[in-house]
Design a protein around this ligand. Structure first.
Ligand SMILES: *[C@@H]1O[C@H](CO)[C@@H](O)[C@H](O)[C@H]1NC(C)=O
Ligand SMILES: *[C@@H]1O[C@H](CO)[C@@H](O)[C@H](O)[C@H]1NC(C)=O
Ligand SMILES: *[C@@H]1O[C@H](CO)[C@@H](O)[C@H](O)[C@H]1NC(C)=O
Length: 338
């Protein structure tokens, strides 16, 4: 049965007993063209990202020496010991006159210290249990990606929700909503949660991990022998405020939907791109996963928190000198108008 994951989460946090799950906001750190996982050292990288988390984010972040938990001096996340970086491609609106405008993000519902950026989840088998398995936290240097910008068929690890308001959670769509969405569009990125137990990364940044669930927040099956270690289920929710683009006189005259990812990608929205770079301080994530705290309440027991003002004060200056906002004649880095 499909259940509203947010409602389920709230209920389970009230009734207990349950295993730990984290759900927290991280405000925007930077919007620019850098990607230390897929295109390390490239300044600029090929397309625009929105990035949240620790301020050690940089064009190069080698797993051995440049650990975010050591280098970062602040984080945009609610949990103050989380210096990880979380990033995705950026949503643009394509006007019928051929120009592009970045779609702003807005704050999620039911978050303490809610702020513009992303909502990050670390769950276990599902919201209610860990499936009686030990959940092993990621190791320093760990990174992974989900999805492929060039996918044209079915989006792996990405779902869209046409929002009536910030609490809408269903239906989850495998592609762009076809009509204007009154409350904006939510995208949910789901990472795989089974680890090969050896590699902090892999050449494609994916094969050291294995996904046992393809749908958002569905209970996960058992990990396969090739990837036996159950890690936290990481997911990102991003709420995109499409309000200023909902006037259909701005949409393409052929009736097609006008949103596009910063990498271009297929018209259906099947292509996607999200990155994770672990950066929790010491054993904080493991302690949270071993506890039984839920969501914001983890800040009253196992984890340290910070205020929205402190989250918002952590910023990273763009190292790439280009305009990513306003009406643009082309997507930054994508060359010719598409
Ligand atoms: C990013 O890397 C450059 C070159 O190594 C360095 O000069 C700069 O200080 C780094 N920035 C941050 C925020 O760590
Ligand atoms: C396209 O439309 C936007 C929004 O109305 C406007 O600001 C911009 O100047 C237009 N650009 C062109 C090239 O017509
Ligand atoms: C969404 O954008 C509209 C138009 O720019 C703005 O008036 C509104 O305040 C925004 N909503 C949120 C929740 O930020």
């Amino acid at each position: 049965m499909k259940t509203n994951s947010l409602a389920l989460a709230v209920v389970s946090s009230l009734i207990g007993p349950c295993k730990a799950a984290l759900r927290f906001g991280c405000s925007s750190l930077s919007v620019q063209r850098l990607d230390p996982v897929v295109q390390p050292g490239m300044m600029p990288s090929s397309h625009v990202h929105q990035i949240v988390g620790g301020n050690a984010f940089n064009a190069t972040m080698n797993s051995a020496v440049e650990l975010p938990a050591k280098l970062a001096t602040c984080t945009t996340c609610f949990f103050a010991e989380d210096f990880s970086n979380y990033w995705t491609a950026v949503m643009y609106f394509k006007h019928r006159n051929g120009t592009y405008h970045r779609v702003p993000q807005y704050a999620n519902a039911m978050l303490e210290g809610s702020t513009q950026g992303m909502t990050i989840y670390y769950t276990q088998q599902d919201f209610n249990s860990n499936g009686n398995q030990k959940i092993t936290a990621f190791k320093p240097g760990f990174r992974m990606t989900v999805g492929s910008p060039t996918a044209t068929n079915t989006a792996t690890g990405l779902r869209y929700v046409c929002l009536q308001n910030s609490l809408t959670r269903f239906p989850e769509l495998p592609e762009w909503p076809k009509q204007p969405c009154r409350g904006g569009i939510m995208t949910v990125h789901h990472f795989p949660a089974c680890w090969d137990g050896k590699n902090l990364d892999s050449p494609d940044h994916q094969s050291h991990m294995y996904a046992t669930t393809r749908d958002a927040f569905a209970p996960a099956g058992p990990c396969p022998a090739s990837h036996p270690v159950r890690m936290p289920q990481v997911a990102y929710e991003t709420l995109w405020n499409t309000t200023m683009f909902n006037d259909k006189s701005m949409w393409p005259e052929d009736g097609s939907q006008p949103f596009v990812w910063s990498f271009g990608g297929s018209a259906t929205g099947a292509g996607t791109h999200a990155d994770y770079l672990f950066g929790w301080k010491d054993d904080t994530l493991q302690r949270a996963m071993d506890s039984s705290c839920m969501f914001d309440a983890c800040g009253q027991s196992v984890l340290k928190t910070q205020t929205p003002a402190q989250m918002n004060a952590c910023k990273l200056k763009s190292t790439v000198n280009e305009n990513v906002d306003g009406w643009l004649t082309a997507l930054p880095g994508q060359g010719m108008p598409m």
